[in-house]
Design a protein. Structure first.
Length: 424
């Protein structure tokens, strides 16, 4: 059965496309079950982050790839014509290679960033909990986790502190210089925001405020990093205090609107606010970028900042791709062997059925009083004819067609002696 992957990422699609295709965490289980119920879909998993939405599936045949695309368009209410120019697809070894590269951070906006591994593991757990992942995708994802660990251990891919969070804080430092006099508002409390908090603390930030839907989670973060935890509903009251705003939540709608930012600017007497929206869908209304005294960046805008920090990782990425190539071949060899095992099982089952049927006939002859020698002769003759019928037919057809390649393969498979290989 083919292994396929379809999706969009930060290279193939802009942020406004990616946010329309993103899956919220609380809907993934239902969507995975819907996907697995599609005809021809045997296993399925979905990776959905701010930089990518990808479907991995084991399917009955190539025609199901189009059905996957149609399903994605249907659940996200977009047309195939609109999506097709952004969508990529991979099959078998290419699909495996893509997942391994994604998990190792080789396909990320920030080359070698480690957060995607955690996100890939979450996608695996979501699919496993939903009951949509089986032996093939299960082994494929486990292989991806192993490759990511090997790449990080054996190459210098993670030597430089480069990530979206690091890029955001680096840009803030370029704008404000010493951050010791600044206050930052972090919206969200996930891994990306935690990284931002660590980088801001390392840069000597004066004060940190963390706003989250669950205040307790924000308090867990501030307990480690320092600062103050507030609810999302308190943002409008505290925004005027903040010079830096970094947002990264899983909210399906914007959390911070243009009106709230306008009021904060007036209270700040037009001192500038630096904002970075790392979420997909976006947490900050895009219209905020049109306001004076606001610098608003999205994940796509950080590209130039990130590029400056990538050069040292290029050689490491080439080494990592060599590791990926080797592991892809190993996985595909295992996958191909499964097909052989299935064929062998079917062949043995057919031979067993033939044996049981002929044996039953021979025993009935004996029970009817037939001579034992005649019954045994019948058994041997009939069973031999049954077992050699299919390979004999294949040999004759290959010989009549002059297909010497098939003849050689059949001869090898049947272990025909050299002197018997002079088949025309």
């Amino acid at each position: 059965m083919p292994i396929v992957a379809i999706g969009v990422n930060h290279v193939s699609a802009p942020v406004e496309v990616r946010e329309r295709l993103a899956f919220a965490p609380d809907e993934l289980a239902d969507r995975l079950r819907e996907l697995a119920d599609e005809p021809g879909v045997d296993e399925a998993a979905i990776i959905s982050t701010c930089n990518r939405t990808e479907i991995y599936a084991v399917v009955a045949d190539d025609s199901v790839i189009q059905a996957l695309t149609q399903w994605l368009c249907r659940v996200r209410q977009v047309s195939i014509d609109w999506l097709s120019k952004y969508l990529y697809s991979y099959k078998d070894a290419d699909a495996v290679r893509h997942l391994l590269r994604v998990s190792a951070g080789l396909d990320s906006l920030v080359l070698g960033e480690p957060q995607i591994l955690g996100q890939t593991k979450t996608a695996y757990e979501d699919a496993r909990n939903a009951g949509t992942i089986g032996r093939i995708l299960g082994r494929m994802f486990q292989n991806a986790f192993s490759v990511a660990k090997q790449v990080r251990t054996e190459t210098a891919i993670g030597a430089s502190p480069v990530s979206v969070a690091y890029a955001a804080v680096s840009l803030a430092k370029q704008i404000f210089g010493d951050l010791g006099a600044n206050t930052a508002l972090l919206i969200g409390a996930g891994d990306t925001i935690e990284l931002c908090a660590r980088h801001l603390k390392d840069q000597g930030l004066r004060k940190m405020i963390v706003a989250n839907r669950t205040v307790e989670r924000a308090q867990e973060l501030t307990a480690v990093m320092g600062g103050e935890a507030i609810a999302l509903s308190d943002i409008a009251d505290r925004l005027a205090e903040c010079d830096i705003v970094i947002a990264s939540t899983a909210s399906p709608v914007p959390i911070l609107g243009k009106g709230a930012v306008e009021r904060a600017i007036k209270r700040r007497r037009h001192r500038l606010i630096f904002m970075v929206d790392l979420a997909v869908p976006r947490d900050i209304e895009p219209e905020v970028a049109n306001l004076k005294d606001v610098y608003l960046y999205t994940v796509d805008d950080l590209q130039d900042v990130i590029q400056e920090n990538l050069r040292s990782r290029q050689q490491a990425a080439r080494e990592a791709d060599e590791i990926v190539a080797l592991r892809v071949e190993r996985f595909m060899a295992w996958h191909r062997s499964r097909e052989g095992i299935d064929l062998l099982r079917q062949y043995r089952e057919q031979a067993t059925r033939d044996r049981d049927e002929v044996l039953a006939r021979a025993l009935r002859r004996l029970a009817a009083g037939a001579d034992p020698v005649e019954a045994m002769t019948y058994l041997a003759h009939t069973l031999t004819n049954r077992l050699i019928h299919t390979p004999t037919t294949a040999l004759r057809a290959a010989a009549e067609a002059g297909d010497r390649k098939s003849l050689a393969a059949l001869s090898q498979a049947l272990d025909i002696a050299d002197e018997d290989k002079s088949i025309p």
